[in-house]
Design a protein around this ligand. Structure first.
Ligand code: HEM
Ligand code: HEM
Length: 402
């Protein structure tokens, strides 16, 4: 059997590509559907869902590369002539479906991949390419748009496969011709038909159909962010303080399914009284109040704020009330950190630089989420790590001449 196609038959490379991509796609579809409808209320359920999503994505990316290689190969090959060129409409429809299938080989996995790359904290891809993609930001809107495009392109693919399969079976069972046999492994069946050219209009029709499908997705809200709505954040009163915070960031980092997920609180206040000193001893106090509901943690914000984790609806604020002490090693804020009404005494080391009455401070602290009864139904680290890294950076101004 020849490696290359002829005008009458498919070569072995085309056949191998055809059945390999068919196998990969027909594996990716049920895996995606199955993973999507699995529950994720407990640690075991999250781990199971993540396993099937990782498998789906890994098979999907293999499909992308095999599909791209297949398209490249097809572009160098003759497209065997239709067996019934007289049946114009049927041949045209078969060509249209082939173009939709070729398009799907790229569009379906690529939209899934971009959706994944733009999301924070999700089941990892097992190929060693990393989890991000160049030029794709971690952004909820991008993630939601491509999740919608993945679903829309998937429907076009499923429709095209349905028509493709129906056509192949009709040729085999009703027409009893060589259409299916010509694609099966083994010696090529070359029925020797007069060569006719494939028209170009099915390519245009396929492009138009993709656009219509994408448009229908827009009208039906497929690209909107469907993430569960997080509870409203508590609004904090301005703190009465010697040092006025000008700007700053308060972030947390946690390992989810082996990947670090970063989040930040946009609303917090700090009442600071501080006198720099060179010798060991007390240097002031700090009282930080954080609006828990102001947390953004990528695509898992709503879960993080839900009852199992921060439970923002019941415990709307967290508090760190500490004495600032100068030690041999530098400054440390020592005191109770209270989250979900659980108080744990912590030491938060930080550095501070004061220039012309403006202080820049940076500090970090690791806590164990279980100490605050966060994620008790996740008693091991398989889906959510125990350690939560807390980082702050702020600049504050003192008008009292400190
Ligand atoms: C040929 C390749 C692929 C096919 C045929 C495919 C098909 C599917 C299907 C059928 C679903 C279920 C949708 C539903 O139930 O409504 C799905 C969901 C999903 N797929 Fe794929 N997929 C492919 C590749 C990928 C790749 C490469 C990735 C990421 C790297 C990916 C990520 C996802 C994600 C994250 C979802 C869940 C979407 C959501 O948030 O609702 N897929 N896919
Ligand atoms: C599992 C059931 C499938 C069967 C029975 C089947 C059968 C066939 C047959 C008989 C042909 C030759 C048509 C002709 O001579 O004009 C063909 C071509 C083709 N099939 Fe499939 N197929 C299947 C699945 C798929 C899937 C899942 C894809 C997805 C990408 C696909 C993509 C294609 C393409 C793009 C062509 C055109 C090849 C060319 O002429 O360049 N097939 N298929």
């Amino acid at each position: 059997m020849s490696l290359a196609n002829s005008t009458q038959s498919f070569g072995s490379v085309t056949k191998t590509f055809h059945w390999l991509t068919a196998l990969l796609i027909l594996t990716a579809i049920p895996l995606g559907w199955f993973a999507n409808q699995l529950p994720y209320d407990t640690s075991e359920e999250v781990a199971r869902k993540a396993f099937f999503f990782s498998l789906h994505k890994t098979v999907g990316i293999a499909t992308f590369f095999v599909g791209a290689a297949r398209i490249f190969w097809a572009s160098t090959q003759a497209k065997p002539t239709p067996l019934h060129p007289d049946r114009k409409a049927e041949t045209w429809l078969a060509d249209l479906v082939h173009w939709l299938l070729y398009g799907s080989l790229v569009l379906v996995p690529l939209t899934g991949w971009i959706h994944h790359a733009a999301s924070e904290g999700f089941a990892p891809i097992w190929w060693p390419f990393g989890q991000g993609l160049p030029l794709i930001p971690k952004d909820e809107a991008v993630s939601a748009t491509f999740a919608g495009l993945h679903i829309v392109t998937k429907w076009v693919l499923i429709g095209a496969i349905g028509l493709h399969l129906a056509g192949a079976l009709k040729h085999h069972i009703v027409d009893r011709d060589a259409t299916l046999r010509r694609m099966l492994p083994g010696a090529s069946v070359a029925p020797s038909v007069q060569v006719t050219r494939h028209p170009r209009s099915p390519i245009v029709a396929a492009l138009a159909l993709w656009l219509v499908a994408i448009g229908i997705g827009g009208v039906t809200g497929a690209y909107d962010d469907h993430a569960p709505i997080a509870p409203a954040a508590a609004t904090l009163d301005v703190a009465n303080t010697d040092w006025n915070v000008q700007d700053g960031t308060l972030t947390i980092a946690v390992q989810q399914l082996g990947t670090s997920v970063e989040g930040s609180f946009s609303d917090w206040t700090a009442a600071i009284s501080f006198k720099p000193r060179d010798e060991v001893g007390p240097a002031g106090t700090v009282d930080v109040i954080v609006s828990i509901g102001s947390l953004k943690l990528g695509s898992v914000t709503a879960q993080a704020l839900g009852a199992e984790f921060f439970d923002a609806a019941t415990f709307s604020t967290a508090r760190f009330k500490a004495e600032i002490v100068r030690t041999e090693e530098g400054y440390v804020a020592q005191g109770p950190l209270t989250i979900r009404d659980q108080s744990v005494s912590v030491n938060l080391p930080f550095t501070i630089d004061i220039v012309d009455g403006t202080a820049s401070a940076i500090g970090r602290l690791d806590v164990n989420r279980l100490d605050f009864q966060i994620g008790q139904n996740y008693p091991d680290e398989s889906s959510v790590g125990f350690t939560v890294g807390i980082n702050f950076a702020l600049t504050a101004r003192s008008d009292a001449g400190n």
